[in-house]
Design a binder for this molecule. Structure first.
Ligand code: GAP
Length: 438
């Protein structure tokens, strides 16, 4: 895609997200704050559906992964032990002329990409946000906002192992906020300074790392395909030595073909026994595992799957965005998978009389406990359909004059725009089948 076309697409998406209530810039009425985003009514539904889908795939549909929700603020020593205080940094350069800052590894040449001015020498910039705990703001009260959720899992390894009675291999999953003082945030919600991660740490015998990294690569790719993301827009990228994070022995990214380039949406890392060994050394608490059958004691290796909630959401929006001409009229449609669509069905009386609104409202009451639905009686029916096409709503239910005679409605599909006639009494089971396949 040309630069202009890809910028156009991103501009259109940002504008749709604002107009339909998916995503707003944080503190907008104060002029906004860079790289922080607020999720509106549709955005929070989409985000929650993505998180719930991930959570269930990890903790409900399998019996070898437990969930956890650790706090954002942790003992500051955790981040010294983990290596983040020393190594979680990006090389930064400043322009001596326009004063803009850049990640040195993201620009080519030695001139400012903004004004062509001279750049400073690169220096390491630590990405962790700092704050203070308690009323005194000194070195001793300093704490970090976590830059990854993973450490909350490692320090709770024994706490989860004992009550869950899990045996290796097993995993611990967590969804939560992470913070990074990125030097060059951007591309809408792709890189921000406050974001959410969905991380799972899988504890294994050290001899089995290659088997499990292959297993998790496959599982995680399947997850995106199951969200309806197009196969041709997804690929793996293996990290070479230069790219590897300081904690990883091997690492693969799942990348998506964004309008602005192929970019990482998830990291799958072999973190070896790096984290558990370091926490053992630092605390004196033995984080090893005893296999009571083989009588072997060892510090488990960890295969990590680390996905971004916000990036997954951007993938779903970009992948689902279509503009098409239908009967000479342009329509914009978000082809979100019904499983994650914020609203599952729009409910419409064809006209605002003849008892149609009352019947439509009764259908809304009936469906509400099962699905997030939206009642709309305002404007021509075609316009109401279009409004929900843009919101990604997969189904439309219309009450018309025939409904009043035989208790049937039309059920319209967003993507094909086909309409079938179904009984009101069958709506719940039909929608369940179409959304969940059951
Ligand atoms: N615990 C390992 C870890 O954090 P990472 O590759 O640095 O690994 C994992 O991050 C995922 O978190 C990324 O693939 C991305 O989806 C998300 N992520 C990282 N930084 C982000 C940012 N600044 N804004 C939005 N998402 C981000």
């Amino acid at each position: 895609m040309s630069n202009k076309k890809s910028q156009d697409l991103m501009d259109k998406l940002v504008s749709l997200c604002k107009r339909k209530g998916f995503i707003f810039q944080s503190s907008e009425i104060y002029g906004g704050i860079n790289s922080c985003w607020d999720y509106g009514p549709l955005g929070v539904e989409l985000k929650n559906n993505i998180k719930q889908n991930w959570w269930k795939s990890m903790t409900q549909f399998r019996d070898d992964i437990e969930g956890i929700d650790a706090s954002i603020l942790m003992h500051p020593s955790v981040w010294i032990t983990s290596g983040h205080v020393e190594s979680f940094a990006d090389p930064m350069v400043d322009c001596k002329n326009c004063k803009m800052r850049f990640r040195a590894d993201e620009i080519s040449g030695n001139k400012c990409p903004n004004c062509g001015g001279e750049l400073t020498e690169a220096r390491q910039f630590n990405l962790m946000f700092k704050t203070h705990m308690g009323p005194v703001e000194d070195e001793a009260s300093m704490v970090y906002l976590r830059p990854e959720t993973a450490q909350g899992i490692y320090v709770n390894f024994l706490n989860v192992l004992a009550p869950s009675r899990q045996k290796l291999p097993f995993g611990i999953a967590q969804i939560g906020k992470a913070f990074r003082n990125e030097i060059s945030p951007g591309n809408f919600i792709f890189r921000s300074r406050e974001f959410e991660q969905m991380e799972m740490q899988f504890f294994i015998h050290p001899n089995e790392d290659e088997k499990w990294i292959e297993y998790w690569k496959e599982e995680r790719m399947k997850w995106y395909l199951n969200l309806g993301i197009k196969k041709e827009n997804l690929r793996f990228h293996q990290h070479d030595k230069k790219e590897l994070a300081f904690y990883a022995k091997t690492a693969y990214d799942i990348e998506y073909n964004f309008p602005f380039d192929w970019k990482e949406i998830e990291g799958i890392h072999n973190r070896t026994n790096y984290d558990l060994s370091r926490h053992t050394q630092a605390t004196g608490k033995d984080l090893s595992y005893f296999n009571d059958q083989t009588k072997e004691r060892f510090i488990p290796y960890i295969i990590e799957t680390s996905a971004g909630v916000d990036r997954t959401m951007l993938v779903c929006l970009v992948d689902g965005y279509y503009e098409e001409v239908v009967k000479g009229e342009e329509r914009t449609v978000l082809r979100l998978d019904p499983k994650i669509a914020p609203i599952k069905a729009g409910i419409y009386p064809l006209v605002k009389r003849d008892n149609m609104p009352e019947v439509a409202k009764k259908i809304e009451d009936k469906l509400m406990p099962h699905f997030k639905v939206f009642y709309d009686e305002g404007g021509a029916i075609g316009r109401r359909y279009r409004r929900q096409d843009e919101a990604g709503t997969p189904f439309g239910i219309t009450v018309d004059s025939q409904t009043l005679q035989d208790e049937t409605v039309t059920l319209r599909e967003r993507d094909s725009m086909e309409q079938i006639r179904v009984k009101i009494d069958d709506l719940i089971s039909i929608l369940n089948k179409k959304i969940w396949g059951v």
